[in-house]
Design a protein around this ligand. Structure first.
Ligand code: PGA
Length: 253
């Protein structure tokens, strides 16, 4: 049941190319000694991807896109293709982030299409799921998580599902400074693993990494990572500063 932890930084729509390269270079320096027991990834805005890949060359840190289209090329204004992301040097892609769902209206079917596109071109998808505050208060958290995981993975064969990473990001915890308690996060992660086991089988569910996201900071990462079903973190605000992300990468349990 080996799951290699993944610490992922989501830079969202932040940092100039120069700032992105500076941050990536500092991260590369700090990780050059090797990170055998964990993986690290950063997801810059598209305009900085190639420069960040270059700055990270020779370091174990991977680069991800923040979204992806399912087509290789074509008339899809505003989109980025999996082939283009791969050409720029990314290996992963964030999909279904709550900002995509709630600000830009992306639904489960569209996200599923994107996820299938990512898999078809060998990009590791990080499928984000999570309930809003309203949904939590109405007792709908598990229904929402079950729906988002099931629909997000629709028509995905077990062999491909094994490559997928899930990120549980309660919407009320993103950018608010309000982290889910360790118990709330562990409960949701365990539930998601159960959904994966029902969709596929337990041995496969036990291999899929489930990250926690939502106000992860240097002072809560250690205790979150100590939970049995938390296999890493998707970090927004605290990934934009070298000191805080460096501490999160080097979490201790
Ligand atoms: P946050 O963002 O760490 O700033 O809450 C997390 C995310 O949106 O992935």
């Amino acid at each position: 049941m080996e799951r290699k932890p993944l610490i992922a930084g989501n830079w969202k729509m932040h940092l100039s190319i120069e700032e992105a390269v500076q941050l990536a270079s500092s991260l590369a320096d700090c990780c050059r000694g090797g990170l055998d027991d964990r993986e690290v990834m950063v997801a810059p805005p598209y305009t900085s991807v190639a420069a960040v890949v270059k700055a990270l060359k020779g370091s174990p840190i991977q680069v991800a896109g923040q979204n992806v289209c399912w087509e290789k090329e074509g008339a899809f204004t505003g989109e980025i293709s999996p082939v283009m992301l791969k050409e720029a040097g990314t290996t992963m892609v964030i999909l279904g982030h709550s900002e995509r769902r709630h600000i830009f209206g992306e639904g489960d079917e569209l996200i599923n299409r994107r996820l299938q596109g990512a898999l078809a071109f060998d990009l590791t998808p990080i499928l984000c799921v999570g309930e809003t505050l309203d949904e939590r208060e109405q007792g709908a958290t598990f229904d929402v998580l079950e729906r988002q995981v099931t629909k997000g993975l629709q028509n995905v064969a077990a062999i491909d599902a094994a490559e997928v990473v899930i990120a549980y990001e309660p919407v009320w915890a993103i950018g608010t400074g309000k982290t889910a308690s360790n118990d709330q996060a562990q409960e949701a992660h365990k539930f998601i693993r159960g959904v994966l086991a029902a969709l596929y089988e337990k041995t496969l569910a036990d291999k899929i990494r489930i990250l926690y996201g939502g106000s992860v900071k240097p002072d809560n990462i250690d205790s979150l990572m100590a939970e049995p079903d938390i296999d890493g973190a998707l970090v927004g605000g605290a990934a934009l500063k070298f000191e805080s992300f460096d501490r999160i990468i080097h979490y201790k349990i």
